[in-house]
Design a binder for this molecule. Sequence first.
Ligand SMILES: C[S@@+](CC[C@H](N)C(=O)[O-])C[C@H]1O[C@@H](n2cnc3c(N)ncnc32)[C@H](O)[C@@H]1O
Length: 358
Amino acid sequence: MSGSGIRHDPACRRGRRLGRADGDPELAIPEAVPPEPGRVLLVWRRCPFPVDWERAFGRIAPLHLEVGFGDGRFTTRRARAEPEQDFVGLEVSTESVQRAVARVRREGVGNVRVAKAGAGYAVRHLFAPHSLDSITVNFPDPWPKERHARHRLLRHDFFELAASRLRLGGEIRLATDHLDYLAFARAEARLGGRYALVSAAPPAAVFETKYALKWREQGKPLHYQVFRLDRPSQLHPEPLERPQRMPHAFLSGAFPSATSLPADAKRVYAFGDAHVIVHEGAQAFGPGERWLFRVTVDEPELTQQLLVVAQRRVGGEVIVRLERFGDPLVTPAVRGAVHGVVQWLHEHAGFELLERNY
Ligand SMILES: C[S@@+](CC[C@H](N)C(=O)[O-])C[C@H]1O[C@@H](n2cnc3c(N)ncnc32)[C@H](O)[C@@H]1O
């Protein structure tokens, strides 16, 4: 990890006072908009948090969540069988999201909404306290190696978070082929003393998901466990900072030539509890001096792939700003993307920071 260079404490004055970028339309962040009723794929990054699910579904109904729905066959089957209930599916895989959205549309199921989001972040920010009736997790990735156990979904901290989003008596329903995972989830659930472990017969469709069929074909026994919430928690979401302007900075300096850069110019920087990876930078075509940087910001529950622009302005200074392309969610950690590029330009081309707004 590289840490030298420009610090993000006041190495220079914050820009508000100087107002270099006041009124710059490129820096405006569009206001959050409520979900579009009837739309299957939820553009959650643009929504006010928590999401107004009653508006998204166009009615008031019990709300259920499924994490990691894969191709969505269980989700749609359950939604058709229970038309009076509403179902939200979360997935991190783009391909799975596309498949599931196509399936929901093809089958004309009106009570399913799909979001491409990781469960930790989404459960915390997209759902109001005690708004969920159940959370289903069918065949979660088992992360079988001990040292990878921290990647498992059903850890103590997830049970605690869910205890603040489920209603009293709400359930987490787990199906797995993996005995170690089952034992692990049971032990983690017991830690907080909030859940009763209930034996229940799985609905038939649970053992007919894509993965269930795969494991059954291999002769693996399948397990089902219900965790019923008996002692809810009062953990409320911290209000999320929703800034109105893109994080940015002003620098002075000259862009490097591609040939003057080392073969591996990629850098990783720490920013609060996030990691910022500046993968690469390249000159953009068109008039003027403009570079684009591909950056990943990895914060504890959210990973975002971002574009950062560095552009020479009239007067000679260079503005570095987060680009709107890709719909970034401007979290406090995402300011680190600008910081990473500022650092990168300092280390590789001797740029100096004039003003920062991140
Ligand atoms: C083994 S597959 C099971 C898929 C499906 N439930 C089934 O039974 O066929 C696990 C799924 O969980 C998704 N996943 C993993 N971590 C996730 C997370 N944090 N949030 C949402 N989905 C996740 C993966 O992309 C993958 O599609």
